[in-house]
Write a protein that binds this ligand. Sequence first.
Ligand code: 13P
Ligand code: SF4
Length: 368
Amino acid sequence: MLFQPPIPPHYNDLTQAQLAKRITMRKTELGSRLVILGHHYQQDEVIQFADYFGDSLKLSQIGADQKEAEFIVFCGVHFMAESADILSDDRVKVILPDLSAGCSMADMANLEQLEDAWDFLEKDCQACVIPITYVNSAASIKSFCGGHQGACCTSSNARAVLEWAFAQGEKVLFLPDQHLGRNTAFDMGIKLDEMLVYDPKLPDGGLTKSQVEHAKVLLWKGHCSVHALFTTAQCEEVRQLDPEYKILVHPECSWEVVQQADLAGSTEFIIKTVRESPAGSKWAIGTEIHLVERLIQEHPDKTVRSVASIQCLCTTMYRIDLKHLAWTLDNLAEGRIVNQISVTPDTKRLAVIALERMLANVSPAPVF
Ligand code: 13P
Ligand code: SF4
């Protein structure tokens, strides 16, 4: 995780209204030179300033399409800003308002660990493996996948990308989210006993050659610390509270939770499903709390709640706030670029292949 040095203390003295006024003024000054992107898990006070908001796939597509902007200020987390830098034109500078906005899941896989895994799978086990990385990963991991006949995916198109991967090779190494990998592969008809967990902290991932030989999918032992908070006990509580609730969860939740849910899908799928449901519908949602709260506000004619009674908050997304956004834009307007996220040309060269394969395999959001 990167370290964010403290911003000048006078930003702490400004009220939310003063910060909002300053951001609005800076946006006007910078005009079409600036595009602000916001992920759905951002706070409302930040998302109100996003020119575009969406899930990881939509934001990657928008980042790739920027023809006019000079600066993309990414209100999201580090891997998203890296993807925007990889996909956008070289003249575009990508900025993350708070450098400590990382992703605990992305931090669960590093290049050295992946190279060790590869040595074991390719050299020792002689397996024909296609590496697929969830977009929630470091640029170096994407680059490795792009350079080894693999690709990236998002939760919106994980199934399409896995189908593509199985047309290229006999096994898939899916990283870093074991849950998205397991839920997607299970949905495709792959049995649970054909999937093995590869633990990067253990020698050879804790697997034997014979286990690898019989597996179809190797699932990296990583997870999202937010979606891991949803449990089957919470689903049961919701059903007991009111059987009319439909349970709708993100596929970063565990397989057991996804099996208990009525529906599962990406962030965009969750939004669309609630939006298109009839008035009076009741939804218990298993995803980050800012999105759930926005759905509650946007659908007063429906009953929407979180699956969990505790607050499932992405603390790193939450680091992006008005103070950091105002500081970023003040600097840009005054000709200084702060917090630029810049992927090295060498890493970019292969990472872009993995991301372009992801964008080429766009398909409707999966339903598990
Ligand atoms: P999506 O935006 O692809 O639904 O992913 C959710 C997430 O956890 C982003 O970090
Ligand atoms: Fe990472 Fe989970 Fe936060 Fe998404 S919600 S940024 S996967 S920790």
